[in-house]
Design a protein around this ligand. Structure first.
Ligand SMILES: C[S@@+](CC[C@H](N)C(=O)[O-])C[C@H]1O[C@@H](n2cnc3c(N)ncnc32)[C@H](O)[C@@H]1O
Length: 336
């Protein structure tokens, strides 16, 4: 029996999930330079690979954020009046959120856990783990896009206050204007007594960044290349995946780690669902992911620009990662 709801992100919309992927591939591979959106990394195979990345010694963000939640998790939950929903946007395997959940259950706090993730495989694994480890916890998992999470907040606004988690540096996948736009949309649907916890990966030694996105076991490379396997499977494409290599680099000016798939030779790739081929020159890149790194002053500015006030800031010992707690800055006249 499923313990989560699969929201059809495309219900009532003009296009299906496969059509949306086809559209993104058409637009992305017709662009110069070529690009593909990072949210398509997370099919079941991609989610399993990302869970492996989080356990790699070079991938510091997970350990840093785990340390923050172990040290300050109870303080973060204590910002909420009870009862409340714990809404986890892009929950993934939920491993770090479980630190908060174990504490809340042990203290018998009336909380409903609402994980939202685009990956059904990740959601299945997370809900099964919660059933086993915390059987008394109420869970209402949703498989869908972040936008569904925003809609869920709007629809359930009268019920309870929400502690909204946007952990693991998910926000770093947005460029600044998109981050402002997304956080502003959340702001518009939040109650005054809601709180938002956002994870930010801070600017640091560039060698640490490069190592984290170019790990020695090559798991990040497999994760990136899985995008081509997915397009082969779901759109009937014929990418020779061994004809591409993963390349992760840091752009000092924008503060973004950027991931690419680089074609090693001239090749023509047919995408059957589009009835079209795409030509790749030798060493031509496809941009697949941004992972923006922040200064503390960038975060202050982002909070201000998207309608929030910073109420608490929690960092790991090394000062590499930060979980910020924000509240909406808004007159009660605008609504609850
Ligand atoms: C970098 S992982 C982080 C997972 C978790 N928050 C953590 O800190 O460990 C990003 C997660 O967000 C999900 N995701 C990415 N884009 C999404 C979108 N547009 N809507 C919903 N979920 C998304 C992915 O499936 C993945 O599980």
């Amino acid at each position: 029996m499923k313990h989560y709801e699969v929201i059809d992100a495309h219900a009532g919309a003009a296009v299906s999930g496969a059509e949306e992927l086809a559209y993104e591939v058409l637009v992305g591979l017709s662009s110069t330079p070529k690009r593909l959106p990072s949210r398509y990394f997370y099919d079941d195979a991609g989610s399993a690979l990302f869970a492996r990345i989080m356990r790699l010694p070079e991938y510091y963000p997970t350990d840093c954020e785990r340390e923050i939640l172990e040290t300050s998790g109870a303080e973060i939950s204590a910002t909420m009046e009870r009862p409340f929903n714990l809404v986890d946007l892009g929950a993934g395997d939920g491993d770090k959120t479980l630190i908060l959940l174990r504490d809340l259950v042990a203290r018998d706090v009336d909380v409903v856990y609402v994980p939202i993730d685009i990956s059904e495989g990740a959601m299945q694994g997370l809900v099964a783990r919660i059933r086993e480890e915390l059987p008394t916890l109420q869970v209402q998992g949703l498989v869908g896009e972040y936008a569904q999470g925003v809609r869920w907040l709007a629809a359930n606004r009268e019920e309870r206050a929400n502690l909204i988690l946007f952990l693991g540096s998910n926000v770093g996948n947005f460029d600044m204007p998109s981050a402002r736009g997304f956080l502003g949309r959340l702001w518009a649907h939040m109650r005054l007594d809601d709180r938002l916890v956002v994870g930010f990966d801070l600017k640091k030694d560039i060698e640490k960044l490069l190592a984290a996105y170019n790990d020695s076991e090559g798991v990040t490379a497999q994760f990136n290349l899985n995008l081509l396997h997915r397009i082969n499977r779901e759109l009937g494409a014929d990418f020779q995946v061994s004809g591409f290599r993963h390349y992760g680099t840091y752009d000092v000016k924008s503060g973004a780690m950027k991931s690419y798939l680089v074609s090693l030779e001239r090749q023509e790739v047919r995408v059957e669902a589009l009835e079209r081929s795409f030509v790749f020159d030798p060493w031509e890149p496809i941009h697949t992911e941004y992972s923006y790194k922040y200064l503390r002053s960038d975060v202050d500015q982002l909070a201000d620009d998207s309608g929030f006030v910073v109420v608490a800031r929690h960092e790991d010992r090394q000062g590499w990662f930060m979980d910020d707690v924000w509240k909406p800055r808004r007159s009660p006249k605008l609504g609850t």
